[in-house]
Design a protein around this ligand. Structure first.
Ligand code: FAD
Ligand code: MLT
Ligand code: ZN
Length: 482
């Protein structure tokens, strides 16, 4: 019996698929539902969408030509990198009309220059591969986050990712000098300039960073490199309170700000989940604590006495009663084990059950108040629920996440997502903070941006979107309300 062809592409205009095939070749157009499946939901299974096709161009020129066709046909496009978004940013909607655009074949490192301290990487290069290439050239590309084995350069720039080393090196935006971008109508901005100073008109490159694929498609970037660290010291500390954690940060910053590569807070509740769910995870301290801090010091100076600095500051903090216990890594294995306790927080939360993420930021001085007030408010909102605050304390960016009550139906808990976000965000707003610190806006909650950034600011954003994407075809419904 002959195979009945599946009605794969009801939404794509006739002839478009053939034209795309002609442009991108057989590897460049994916329509088999089995191959499409991994691209239709996010890593937590929270967001799902439908799509008639995934496009995989192999070059900027191919992408530009494909975009021209899609623009003429009025077909919406959702760019997708490693699909590690926390906010459903890379998911098509349920209409089945939106084509997914993968940058995975644009995965070359075009150039590394240790004199200019720059790397030119294509959008599909995985973050870890960029880090490894920098290291092989005797340099450092410092952006570091839990998803670095999957997230891509296009994705981290489009979300202006932060991660663990922002406190020292800044966000993705600060690590970018130039961009190559394909616009919705197929126009190409050739902005791969490796200049430290470039004031020629509007900085379009900075508009693209953090735009979550709504203004243009990043195809390549000039990234900043740094001298590689030659001295390191890492410790896991038990601290008395959220205030003690902040005070410890200040002690390190006051002694040597440039030495602090990461300063990460973790609540006892989250550490318990990591120890329960992650194979081989053990606490290198004598007993459980309510609050922990990971301190990571690094310097490019081989003679920097970071061990001495770490010990001196921790001794002061022990005497002041802020730190109650601490373990210093004595080997690479111990260093990795301590970092693993921090990095496995998202996975441990996922294994425990349903959770709602609140990626919020406040002025650094307000972090203890944020955590304390949110913990109390969330427990009152949903009795039995378990707040799991952790993250980048040195940047004022805490993941004020909430784990479902034990035994509660996950669906029933997730149905309360918006109430949970509203609860935390009321406190964040009161503390002059932001509801989206590093993950982006994506599909978080419709109208959230309009609610937070009204008036002239929102109107300016709408005009920028309309100017660059007049047909509203790039990642529709993300960032700005549709
Ligand atoms: P995707 O998820 O595929 O896409 C993200 C957004 O960018 C989407 O809106 C998409 O449309 C758009 N996009 C992707 N590529 C392009 C392109 N080439 N041009 C235009 N738009 C594009 N994030 C942090 O900031 N800090 C963290 O510490 C952190 N930790 C994480 C830990 C874990 C375990 C996980 C799973 C995620 C974590 N994240 C973190 C979130 C995520 O890794 C980042 O948002 C990352 O930047 C997304 O990269 P990606 O390639 O997976 O992009
Ligand atoms: C992290 O820093 O590990 C992630 O950004 C936080 C999260 O999973 O909420
Ligand atoms: Zn984070």
């Amino acid at each position: 019996m002959p195979d009945t062809p599946m009605p794969l592409l009801p939404a794509l205009p006739a002839g478009l698929l053939d034209a795309l095939h002609g442009l991108l070749g057989p590897r460049g157009v994916v329509t088999d539902p089995l191959d499409l499946e991994p691209h239709l939901s996010d890593w937590r299974g929270l967001y799902r969408g439908a799509s008639p096709a995934l496009l995989r161009p192999a070059s900027t020129a191919e992408l530009a030509a494909a975009m021209r066709l899609l623009f003429e046909a009025g077909v919406p496009v959702v760019p997708q990198g490693g699909n590690t978004s926390m906010v459903g940013g890379a998911m098509p909607d349920e209409s089945g009309r939106q084509v997914i655009l993968s940058l995975s074949r644009l995965n070359r490192i075009r150039d590394i220059d240790p004199m200019d301290m720059t790397m030119v990487a294509e959008a599909g290069v995985v973050l870890k591969a960029a880090q490894d290439a920098a290291a092989a050239a005797g340099t450092l590309f410092p952006l570091s986050l839990g998803a670095e084995g999957t997230a891509t350069i296009g994705g981290v720039l489009s979300t202006n990712a932060g991660g663990n080393t922002t406190v020292r090196y800044g966000n993705a935006r600060d690590l970018m000098l130039g961009l190559e971008v394909v616009l919705p109508d197929g126009g190409v901005i050739n902005g791969l300039r490796r200049l430290r100073k470039d004031n020629t008109g509007y900085a379009l490159r900075h508009l693209m960073v953090g735009a979550e694929g709504t203004l243009g498609i990043v195809t390549a970037a000039v990234l900043r490199l740094f001298p590689r660290p030659r001295a390191e010291a890492i410790a896991l500390c038990a601290v008395e309170s959220e205030d003690a954690a902040l005070s410890l940060f200040r002690r390190f910053r006051d002694r040597d700000e440039t030495a602090v590569r990461a300063f990460e807070y973790m609540a006892g509740q989250g550490m318990d989940l990591v120890l329960r769910h992650v194979e081989g995870a053990t606490l290198p301290l004598s007993e459980r604590a309510e609050h922990y801090v990971l301190v990571d010091l690094a310097s490019s100076r081989p003679d920097a006495d970071l061990r001495g600095l770490m010990e001196a500051v921790l001794e002061e903090a022990l005497e002041a009663g802020e730190v109650t216990d601490a373990a210093l890594a004595e080997s690479e294995a111990q260093r990795a084990a301590i970092w693993r306790l921090r990095e496995e927080h998202p996975e441990a939360q996922k294994r425990e059950g349903a959770s709602v993420k609140n990626d919020v930021s406040v002025p650094v001085s307000k972090v203890p108040e944020l955590i304390q007030r949110s913990n109390a408010a969330l427990k009152e909102l949903i009795p039995g629920s378990r707040p799991v605050p952790f993250g980048h304390m040195g940047d004022g960016n805490i993941h004020m996440n909430l784990e479902q009550p034990e035994g509660m139906d996950p669906g029933a808990f997730l149905a309360l997502s918006h109430d949970i976000m509203d609860c935390v965000n009321a406190i964040v707003r009161d503390l002059d903070g932001s509801f989206s610190a590093e993950h982006g806006v994506g599909r978080l909650k419709p109208d959230m941006l309009a609610d937070w950034r009204g008036g002239a600011e929102l109107e300016a954003m709408r005009r920028i979107k309309a100017a660059l994407d007049p047909k509203g075809l790039l990642n529709p419904g993300k960032v700005l309300p549709a």
